[in-house]
Design a binder for this molecule. Sequence first.
Ligand SMILES: C[S@@+](CC[C@H](N)C(=O)[O-])C[C@H]1O[C@@H](n2cnc3c(N)ncnc32)[C@H](O)[C@@H]1O
Length: 401
Amino acid sequence: MSALASFLHHLAASCADDGFVRLSLSSPTRHDDAVQRIQARLVDLDGGLHLSFTLKEERRDTTQNVPLPDAVAWVERKLGREFRGALLATTTADWQLQLPDGKDARLIRHKPATTETPPRSHDGKKPTFLGASALPWLQGLGIVDQQGRPRKNLADKRVQIDRYVEILAHLARDCGFDAKSEAPLRVVDVGCGKGHLTFAAWHLCKHVLHRTPHVVGIEVRDELVANASELAAQLAPGELTFVHGDIGTVPLGAVDALVALHACNTATDHAIRRGIEAGARLIVVAPCCHQEVRPQLGRPAPLDAVLRHGLFAERMAEWATDGLRTLVLEHMGYRTKAIEFVGGEHTGKNLMLAAVRGSEPTPAQRATTRAAIDGFRAFFGIGTHALDELLAAPGPNAAGA
Ligand SMILES: C[S@@+](CC[C@H](N)C(=O)[O-])C[C@H]1O[C@@H](n2cnc3c(N)ncnc32)[C@H](O)[C@@H]1O
């Protein structure tokens, strides 16, 4: 393969696997008023990936956005004729192309200057965390079309998935999951539904954290398990599987991270309990359908004056349920965060609780968190809180259970 063909091959491959960092064309063949240099970024425009070229003249810059399939041919037309040098930076290597007049072309490989990909956002558009390497599974799940644009009515889902991967990436780094390791990264997604976020977790492990994924989605509905399994077998054999099972009882080995997004009512508590028992360093839940606390919620003074309004009582019950979940997690040695998952315009169920396991609490710390839980429950008259109760009894993973 010629040096030029090899350079173009690396350009196309880096765009396809999301390793592209930047491209510049230099050493112009003309030295008049024409373009002296071209720089390119990979950007997501209208749901599709483009190379955005900045053409630098002496007194002005102009921009041309070329969709991906045509962008490589666009670069090929410039090289040799208008420019004799090019540098392609990717996350795995930097490629320097030299096309001297009358001499042999050379392609030199350098260590990558950076292994981080820049954001693919463009001019105020919402940044998107998922690059071209996510297209096969986003298309396979029917979320985007062949051009990478969100399908009708699925734009919110696309935003949700993107934001989920972004948040999870930060949390995963907090947990050290991005450290180089031969060990697979074990993630379980319970109540995974169609597997949208399970595929996203697999993508994160493989393409963002560069770890070997061992991701399992657990779901009670057989037809969802069958559909997701078929796609996983095509795109991520041996790395992503879907299993029929109940959150509360399905056998789980040791896991690094457990996620449960929109598992109804106390299914979220079962999920948290399973994560704690499985030794998860990271637990991420987005609770929904809070039904347990509402009928129990008292009206302690001075809140009684407002809790007579049903809507306030409902919101307070949700807040109390999730607040107690964070206290119980802290009692078990986790640091917790409450995060707004996506803006309220995308989904009403937008609270996410993230818990990162810290060191084993001392007896004094346990006593303090226990007192906080008991005081909170007593204040609101909460006789039963599933998570607190579940953790007091041996679970399905416990020895002999
Ligand atoms: C609202 S959907 C959320 C799906 C997915 N986590 C998401 O956020 O896109 C909840 C899913 O949990 C499943 N589910 C509910 N209770 C479950 C249980 N006890 N065990 C396993 N799956 C359960 C439901 O069948 C449903 O597919």
